[in-house]
Design a protein around this ligand. Sequence first.
Ligand SMILES: CC(C)(COP(=O)(O)OP(=O)(O)OC[C@H]1O[C@@H](n2cnc3c(N)ncnc32)[C@H](O)[C@@H]1OP(=O)(O)O)[C@@H](O)C(=O)NCCC(=O)NCCS
Length: 241
Amino acid sequence: MQASLRETATYSIHAYPAHLINSISLRRGRRATLRPVLPQDAELEQQFVATLSQGARFNRFHGNLCGLSEKLAEQITCIDYVHQMGFVVTLPEGDDEVVIADACYVLSDDGDTAEFAIAVSDGWQRQGLGSQLIEALCDAARRGGARWLYGEVLAANASMIGLMIRCGFTVRPHPGDEQLVRVERSVYAPMKARRAVRRPNRLLAALNHALPRWLQRVQGGTAKVTPAGRSYERQLLGRVM
Ligand SMILES: CC(C)(COP(=O)(O)OP(=O)(O)OC[C@H]1O[C@@H](n2cnc3c(N)ncnc32)[C@H](O)[C@@H]1OP(=O)(O)O)[C@@H](O)C(=O)NCCC(=O)NCCS
């Protein structure tokens, strides 16, 4: 019996990381649930992406995506919680839930770096959800043995760059694509104090003259963005389109 079990055990099922479930705060004392995504969230994720504005979808997926296909929804929700991690933030709606934000990462082959993506529903932005999701990603990646959280962001995406600066990421030009910036942070670095970088957009505006030319250009204009490169979103899109 033992021998035959060993012969057929060719894959492992990872446990749902229930310890990562958390309650997070929104404005006016409201609270939402942050939890690792589940396979049965595929439809909720599709609804979430469908309700994002076109601009938010473009920023999240680096392309004009109308909605999340079933295949892409499955890839985002059916994960192993080890090499891939995903979170949703939900609010109760009747007997059901509604997703108002999500975030995910994929570990590099050597397990050192987690490449992430994040989106917050337009109506729920500027309430601290993005920052709290970044903290959750860092926490999960650290527990999973990674040292770095890394992302590729459209250089014209001022809100994401603001969030990144606020959360202590370095923002650098992408070596191969001037429409992108690379953002990176050690998962061990403490989150920066809220007041220290309270208004990065104002900070950026005030320091505009001192910024490197590539960042001045992208902060000011509406760059024509072409979906090229190797970000996580585009890797996913590449697999399903
Ligand atoms: C970028 C994004 C995730 C930010 O989420 P959020 O929940 O609004 O972020 P927070 O409320 O935690 O904001 C934290 C800080 O980030 C900065 N920030 C957020 N939105 C900003 C904006 N529109 N302009 C300038 N700074 C902004 C601010 O410093 C903000 O702190 P403050 O509100 O105290 O000034 C959200 O705008 C989004 O989902 N955008 C569309 C999808 C996307 O761009 N994803 C990134 C691709 S991976």
